[in-house]
Design a protein around this ligand. Structure first.
Ligand code: HEC
Ligand code: HEC
Ligand code: HEC
Ligand code: HEC
Length: 148
């Protein structure tokens, strides 16, 4: 029993440490990702995600109940639905040595998007909700680099 508790306490401490660490990750903005991902950036910039802040009227751009889904970051620090809204804050995975190793990148916070992340915004709380279909909508977020 005691051993079990110790293990529990230890894993709780680890979890706490991990989440404190995760909270230190910061959002670096789409321009930084563009340096290495031009295909994705150029196509993303043409979508409504990139201009989601501009869809809001000036007074709505100050309302937390609107900007939570029309911006990126835990403090809504970046305008629009940028790369990191779907792929996670980039401060710890942005370097080439980490990015080229998929496992390291994921450990450093890179998210490979799934439907779960999309429906965090595409849901009934959106005043204009039009429904969400992963198969139809996920290919529209940006073009992909052609495999060599
Ligand atoms: C210094 C260059 C560099 C920067 C900056 C960079 N990446 Fe990457 N990224 C790479 C490389 C290299 C790969 C692995 C090969 C590939 O997919 O091109 C990669 C892979 C990825 C993948 C694919 C992971 C997989 O295996 O499916 C995603 C998603 C990604 N990067 C997102 C981002 C985002 C978002 C940013 C900005 C926050 C960013 N990257 C910044 C170089 C970079
Ligand atoms: C941070 C919130 C947020 C997340 C996460 C998000 N979206 Fe969106 N999405 C929006 C908003 C806001 C709009 C409408 C933007 C506008 O019209 O101003 C939108 C619009 C779209 C559109 C229409 C784009 C167009 O140009 O007509 C598609 C397709 C879409 N989202 C797919 C997705 C998919 C797939 C995912 C997950 C991989 C996703 N979204 C994740 C907030 C989000
Ligand atoms: C839960 C996330 C969420 C919240 C909160 C939210 N939006 Fe959106 N917004 C979206 C998504 C997702 C879309 C894309 C259309 C949809 O809802 O399916 C969108 C689209 C829009 C559009 C583009 C026009 C359209 O019909 O597609 C406008 C304008 C808009 N929202 C205004 C607002 C305003 C004003 C508020 C605050 C009162 C707000 N949104 C709050 C997620 C949200
Ligand atoms: C609305 C959510 C969303 C946004 C915003 C977004 N992505 Fe993605 N990204 C995805 C999805 C979905 C995939 C496909 C995942 C899969 O294949 O399972 C993907 C795949 C990728 C990949 C791997 C495939 C490839 O293209 O080689 C890279 C790299 C990438 N994204 C980079 C970016 C960059 C850079 C930005 C910003 C300029 C960005 N993404 C913005 C959702 C998004």
């Amino acid at each position: 029993m005691r051993k079990k508790l110790t293990v529990l306490a230890a894993s709780a401490a680890l979890l706490l440490a991990a989440s404190a660490y995760a909270q230190n990750r910061t959002y670096i903005g789409a321009d930084k990702c563009r340096i290495c991902h031009k295909v994705e950036h150029t196509s993303w910039a043409k979508t409504k995600h990139a201009k989601a802040m501009e869809s809001l009227k000036p007074e709505e751009q100050k309302k937390p109940e609107c900007i939570q889904c029309h911006t990126t970051g835990t403090k809504n620090e970046l305008p629009g639905v940028q790369c990191e809204a779907c792929h996670g804050p980039g401060s710890d995975y942005k370097t080439m040595s980490i990015m080229k190793d998929r496992q390291k990148a994921i450990a450093a916070g890179l998210i490979i998007p799934s439907e779960k992340g999309c429906v965090g915004c595409h849901n009934q709380k959106s005043p204009t909700f039009k429904g969400f279909n992963w198969a139809e909508m996920s290919p529209k977020v940006h073009d992909k680099k052609k495999k060599a």
